[in-house]
Design a protein around this ligand. Sequence first.
Ligand code: GLY
Length: 331
Amino acid sequence: MKMKSRRNFLKLTALGTAAVITNPIIASTQQEVELTPIKSSTKPIVISTWNHGMEANEASWKILSKGGTALDAVEAGVRITESDPNNTSVGLGGLPDRDGIVTLDACIMDENNQCGAVAFLQDIENPISVARKVMEETQHVMLVGEGARQFAFEKGFKKTNLLTKKSKEQWEIWKEKSKYQPIINSENHDTIGLLAIDEKGNLSGACTTSGMAYKIHGRVGDSPIIGAGLFVDNEVGAACATGVGEAVIRIAGSAIVVELMRNGMTPNEACKEAVSRIIKKHKDLTNLQVGFIALNKNGESGAYSVFNGFNYAIRTKSKNKMIDSKYYRDR
Ligand code: GLY
């Protein structure tokens, strides 16, 4: 008889299982479902959103391939994107709000459900590292605005002007019409969300963005919100989101994807169901691009988006490659 190990079995509460819905006899009990053990060839693994994920994955891989932790890997990966001045949707060089001010949102979560976040943060190039400090060096989960900025300075982060010549020029062109409108798949990037499993089989995730271009000053999207832009449950898997943050927040997107995987869905199926909830809750889908990526405990990944054009990067021992997400509708 096959031995039960904690790693291979997942306890599901009565309210949380598909089996409960079809089998009332077990409705009042806890049930255990078997998870296929992760293949040694599948871990480590890292997946991340959009084309910029390829470079971020490589930075994560340097850590994972040497036996480093998923937490270190996810932070190192997205820092690359944050520090890229040519990327206009994350960190340095991110497009500003309508007042010309770059404000950043980020969060990080590890295998112990520890998490940290910063929102509406100004003047700091690597918000993900500030989010990690919030997680590891405070009793809190989230710091915002001026408080987050002061905290970052206290922790030794240096002041950086995030508005580059390129992003300032784009903002000045936008100001001529000042029309707020989300841009679908802007230059094939948006938020970077990155999920990893390390050699030990532990999961972590990171998510970071400059948010919607030309947003109202003070707007915060889904990316720094644990459960919306990112969620990790080391027993089940992890998910993160990209696209119009308001739509993701309305359905607690990433937490839902993880719960759907807990209930037996594959990463692809879970991402698809989360997208279909967004579609159901919004009468007008114009410009409403949202994409999810997910990674389960077994190292299986998946993605789904409202419109075509979303893709994600996957790094394993044998490859680093882009995969086109399945989607609901052509633009
Ligand atoms: N998903 C990024 C944002 O809405 O800010």
